[in-house]
Design a protein around this ligand. Sequence first.
Ligand code: MSP
Length: 510
Amino acid sequence: MSKTFYLTTPIFYVNGAPHLGHAYTSVAADVLARFKRLDGFDVFFLTGTDEHGQKVEAAARAAGVEPQAFTDRVAADFADMARRMKISNDDFIRTTEARHKRACQAIWQKLMAAGAIYLGEYAGWYAVRDEAFYDEDELIAGKDGAKLAPTGAPVEWVVEPSYFFKLSAYQDKLLALYEEHPGFIAPAAKRNEVLAFVKSGLRDLSVSRTSFSWGIPVPGDPEHVMYVWLDALVNYLTAVGYPDEGDEKFRFWPADLHLVGKEIVRFHAVYWPAFLIAAGLPVPKKVFSHGWWTVEGEKMSKSLGNFIDPRPLVDEFGVDALRFFLLREVPFGGDGDFSRKALISRLNVELANDLGNLAQRTLSFIAKNADGVVPARGRLHEADLALLGMAGGLAEKVREAMERLAFNEALEEIWKVIRAANGYIDHQAPWALRKTDIERMNTVLRVLVETIRTIGFLLQPFMPGAMENLLTQVGVPAAARHFSDLETTLVDGAGLPAPSGVFPRYVEAA
Ligand code: MSP
């Protein structure tokens, strides 16, 4: 049996339409999921929608629709966005599904039985936008002096009966977890933030609400609905069959990776493992926090109305170019700025010029001057060995970067080889060899085809459509594109399909 790998995106709130920020988390997770599948892992990749809570209820009300009808509509839109971004999720979970209600209620009962939940009264600050409780000393002053959450979200004073989770009792266990598994939270700066937060002391967490009803009823006390974050986090268990621990999908638990935006690390790295420890379940192996995108230098916000829907960008630039841009432009973990100019520049320089030209120059030359077949190679020169050596070591370098979720470093390693291959063509000048030394010309072309093939293999997770096309053009059968197939080589004299451009240059309409 191959090793399992379970990774998740956060489940998206359905109070608004999908935008570039959501697409980002999803693309990153998708690239990793595809990478692991090609690398021989038994992958389970989950995404979905977070449909309960006060914020979604309010959005439905504002739209004049029943919450369920409203969430059906928006969840379908998120599923469409995932499809258009070529997200290869194995399941799409919605927290309004019956299977999820069952899992949440089962966890609740587990926590109750363990003595980790008690009934009390909550009096404190709540930010609906963040669906989060805040302490007085965490609040900041807004422009007009109004109290705001540290995220800038408005807060309201809430007094209501509430069930509490004994978070305070898990402080030491959490600290021990971070200590024993230093990789549990990444990048390191985030880990330090979480550590400081937990060390400063944890208060019990309110885990039910009575002032609205759009949520999962608390077993035995249906006046209460579960706190939306408890409900939401449990999705990761629901999807693998919980509470049926005998379900064949439960073999994926614990999750290997929860990919999350930086603003929701606390929920995943503090509350979630505490719930799991209390319920006697194994905790996930890693929570990785990524940064935020601004758009043309501005934060995306309702007031500016500058949310970017990725789908029109897919129509205009192609899904592969957009996926590439998102992971190439900024180190994963840091923040980035999206601009058309930057996207077009990446597309034209790195995709059209570097990679597109390498493929086009090589393949059209073979079609015209080498009978359109895989050229046989003769004795190898030093320059050939150098390029083949770079290509041969590439998979390991990329794998190492992917382990760290350093997508842009993985791409940079690949681009080093692409640039070297372009330099090699210029230097070896097959067009000149055509007149003087056909065997040498064929050797050079063969070295290039092998190099392009390796590049195509390793870029598949990032740009699945374009690489499907490219690998077909260099004669790699569709069934032989796993990384283990890199060991085999192309067959001398095998016919190659007629070449066609992989990445056309983007010319902005005047
Ligand atoms: N519903 C919760 C997650 C529950 S997981 C158990 C939630 N949803 S969200 O829709 O607000 O955000 C989902 C993801 O989108 C987060 O990882 C968040 O960081 C990401 N992004 C939202 N806006 C973003 C940007 N502007 N840039 C990058 N990612 C951003 O939180």
